[in-house]
Design a protein around this ligand. Structure first.
Ligand code: SF4
Length: 441
């Protein structure tokens, strides 16, 4: 049985990245962060107008109608913009050579193609990239919501892990993101914009090239070939926007990702699961993590509302479920908590009859977490029991641990700043200083 416990597939062509000056100065030349950039790739709030980046076809149509484009032209104009924005990655209306000069001028006067601001980019020694992204401000009191987005390259695929909310209302006890309170849902445009930012950064547009030394798939396919909704937030607490975003990401005339390469992971929002399958037609992943309700009530507290039986019944009813479209059950391995042989056998019993894959995730510790990762031997033994029962049970290779980009480790700077602001307030220091320091402004 092949379990990829510590396989880090590296791009043979990738040149080693430089250790950052800051790290060297701190005497950390052997540390795992090979490159840390604090940078501002694009301006945040768009000067001159709203950005068209991430909009659905209907939203683009409304935007065009708002600047006086005639009803009879709208469909054709939307198709043109769609092509330039989502197929070509255009950053300026002047690139849109088949759009008349006069309309380009009107577009430029009213709108922009500004991306959200990349506050920082971190690159792990295994090629994983994590971006801290600041969304455009929604008003004078909003500095712009911050979320994290992670790119995980392998030789034959590139997976982008996107966020659906800023923070999370759920409080899964093993998850770092769960310690950050919910700030707001992301709009569908903000979800799509994460893919645009990633493709900008790794040069995944026609005529673009990846940054020197970057690890990207070498199989000739797209650099971003898969999307997983496993970043910050519970996607099915933001279902409308997630479904709209999937519509844009999978549109064949633009970003063109296969819906079978898009996976939505839920902690178990049972009432929304059927709708997701029917309307978005994506793959489904379930954050299961425990096989008994008493334990799952603690690890994944939404279980108190929708217990394991209700969750698995909803899985059995998931539209399109078949052996070719199996549900992935995520199971984080917590030492002495959920990793016994009896747990493995119960897992197999519970999933009987559901076309399933079981993804064992070595726990990624984060500062302040109360759990430890199961020993490798225990994980292998657990995996073997599951495998012998006929389920694929890959052990997820920990990726980007050194930059806190691995599963359950995401937590944006907004929250860290808030904590720092609290501390400084307690010490009588003004919060303005925090933002000046924290945001590098
Ligand atoms: S595991 Fe997902 S749903 Fe649970 S707290 Fe973390 S981000 Fe929220």
């Amino acid at each position: 049985m092949a379990t990829a416990l510590d396989i880090a597939k590296r791009n043979p062509n990738a040149a080693p990245l430089a250790v950052s000056d800051a790290a060297r100065a701190a005497g950390q030349t052997a540390l795992s962060i090979e490159k840390t950039a604090e940078m501002s790739v694009a301006a945040g709030a768009a000067p001159g107008g709203a950005s068209l980046i991430g909009l659905t076809r209907d939203q683009l149509k409304d935007s065009l109608a708002a600047i006086g484009v005639a009803e009879r032209e709208l469909k054709m104009r939307v198709a043109q913009l769609w092509h330039w924005i989502y197929l070509r990655g255009a950053k300026d209306f002047s690139e849109m050579t088949n759009v008349g000069k006069e309309l380009r001028a009107r577009l430029a006067a009213a709108y922009t193609l500004t991306r959200p601001q990349v506050v920082s980019e971190q690159v792990s020694k295994d090629g994983t990239r994590k971006w801290l992204i600041r969304m455009a401000s929604t008003g004078p009191l909003d500095k712009g919501a911050e979320i994290e987005c992670v790119y995980i390259p392998e030789v034959d695929r590139g997976t982008l892990c996107v966020s659906s909310q800023v923070g999370c209302t759920l409080t899964c006890s093993f998850c770092h993101t769960g310690t950050q309170r919910l700030v707001r849902n992301l709009t569908s445009a903000e979800i799509v914009a994460q893919l645009i930012v990633a493709r900008d950064s790794i040069g995944d547009w026609p005529d673009a090239t990846p940054p020197e030394g970057a690890f990207v798939p070498t199989d000739g396919g797209r650099f971003v070939s898969n999307i997983v909704f496993m970043g910050m937030g519970e996607p099915l607490y933001n279902t409308d926007n997630v479904i709209d975003a999937i519509g844009v990401m999978s549109d064949n005339e633009g970003l063109g990702l296969s819906r079978r390469r898009i996976t939505v992971s839920t902690s178990g929002v049972v009432p929304q699961m059927e709708r997701l399958g029917a309307e978005a037609n994506t793959m489904l992943a379930i954050s299961l993590h425990a096989v008994r309700d008493e334990l799952r009530d603690v690890l994944v507290p939404i279980n108190r509302k929708y217990d394991i039986k209700q969750l698995l019944d909803a899985c059995r009813a998931y539209p399109g479920l078949s052996n070719a479209r199996r549900i992935t059950f995520e199971y984080v391995m917590l030492k002495g908590v959920n990793d016994s042989d009896a747990d493995a056998r119960e897992l197999v019993r519970l999933l009987r009859g559901i076309p399933a894959k079981i993804n064992l995730i070595p726990f990624n510790p984060w500062p302040g977490s109360k759990y430890e990762c199961s020993d490798w031997e225990r994980i292998e033994r657990f995996s073997e029991i599951v495998f012998r029962a006929g389920y694929a049970s890959p052990v997820r290779t920990p990726r980007g641990r050194d930059i806190l980009a691995a599963c359950g480790q995401l937590k944006s700077e907004t929250e860290k700043l808030r904590a720092r602001a609290r501390m400084m307030a307690e010490q009588g220091i003004g919060a303005e200083g925090v933002y000046a320091v924290g945001n590098g402004e």
